[in-house]
Design a binder for this molecule. Structure first.
Ligand code: NAP
Length: 297
């Protein structure tokens, strides 16, 4: 996985306790699991240039100061079978976390788990097969996590997809696929993760939504319009979550990370009938020519 166009937009939306004296286990954003994508000193809504030790980079274990407190705690990463989710899962296992990685293609996560083990990373990756477009699957996963590992301390809502269904002639089923995973599954996982934290009095948990620059502006590219709408929803959901967490007087954090273009299977799924177009998208971005698929941040 390679990040191509410059940067990410990171919005840390926490804050219930920023001015009220800290949490049971601390509340400094720079010490959070979002360190996987955030860098210290980055303020809200600041575009972040690529890092030399970026998530999933293969530069060996990243000794990040402050990550020790997350050792042995549990992070759920949705969409861990490839792309950004696999990279995030790997980075967290490198930091000693117990990571439940879910997706439909569980064999990919099993391979990654074996890789992490043979690399001697201090954490563990636990593969879980889950179709996030099915609420029963999601609820069963949370219930398995509760019974086998106590609960979720960090929830990274990463799974997402784009289908080439335009507003004027796209299929309803394509829209539903995007809505179910990008919006509904993210909301269900958020609710369940919060409830899991609350019932165990975890006050320093973190919910991280992998958004997109498409959640902040609409490109003149019809095949991305519905996708963009789902990502605008993620922007609103993260802000709504921030407000509700604040009302609940918890120190649990809500963070929104908005990548620009990252070379994964994403465009190949968007253009599944035209893989050459998908490949060209990434090639153009690498050459610095805006393809219009995902803008430069
Ligand atoms: N790549 C980019 O340029 C880019 C830019 C901005 C934002 N993003 C966002 O980053 C996130 C990750 O994208 P990516 O680039 O890593 O894409 P990717 O390589 O296509 O990976 C998508 C992941 O989502 C999972 N997923 C999709 N539908 C699912 C379902 N019904 N149930 C369970 N898991 C499902 C996939 O697993 P299975 O298919 O195995 O189920 C896969 O693990 C997405 O939210 C995307 O919108 C990507």
């Amino acid at each position: 996985m390679r990040r191509i166009a410059g940067g990410l937009r990171v919005e840390s939306r926490s804050e219930a306790g920023r001015d009220s004296g800290g949490s049971r286990r601390g509340s400094d954003a720079s010490r959070s699991a979002a360190a996987a994508e955030e860098r210290p000193g980055v303020s809200s809504s600041t575009p972040v240039p690529p890092s030399s030790s970026e998530v999933g980079g293969r530069r060996g274990p990243m000794a990040r100061p402050g990550m020790e407190r997350w050792r042995d705690r549990l992070a759920l990463v949705t969409g861990a079978s490839g792309g950004i989710g696999a990279a995030v899962a790997r980075a967290l296992v490198q930091q000693g976390l117990k990571v439940v990685g879910c997706a439909r293609t569980v064999s990919n996560i099993e391979e990654l788990a074996a890789e992490c083990k043979s690399a001697g990373y201090p954490g563990t990756l636990i593969p879980y097969r889950c179709d996030l477009s099915n609420e029963e699957d999601i609820l069963s996963m949370f219930s398995a996590i509760r019974s086998q590992h106590s609960g979720v301390d960090i929830c990274i809502n990463n799974a997402g997809l784009a289908r080439p269904d335009t507003l004027l002639s796209g299929s309803t089923s394509g829209w539903k696929d995007m809505f179910n995973v990008n919006v509904l599954a993210l909301s269900i996982c958020t609710r369940e993760a919060y409830q899991s934290m609350k019932e165990r009095n975890v006050d320093d948990g973190h919910i991280i939504n992998i958004n997109s620059m498409s959640g902040h502006r609409v490109l003149p590219l019809s095949v991305t319009h519905f996708y963009s709408a789902t990502k605008y929803a993620v922007t609103a959901l993260t802000e709504g979550l921030r407000q509700e967490l604040r009302e609940a007087q918890t120190h649990i954090r809500a963070t929104c990370i908005s990548p620009g273009v990252v070379e994964t299977q994403f465009a190949f799924k968007l253009h599944d009938k035209d893989p050459e177009k998908a490949a060209a998208t990434y090639e153009q971005m690498k050459r610095g020519v805006g393809s219009g698929l995902v803008g430069r941040s």
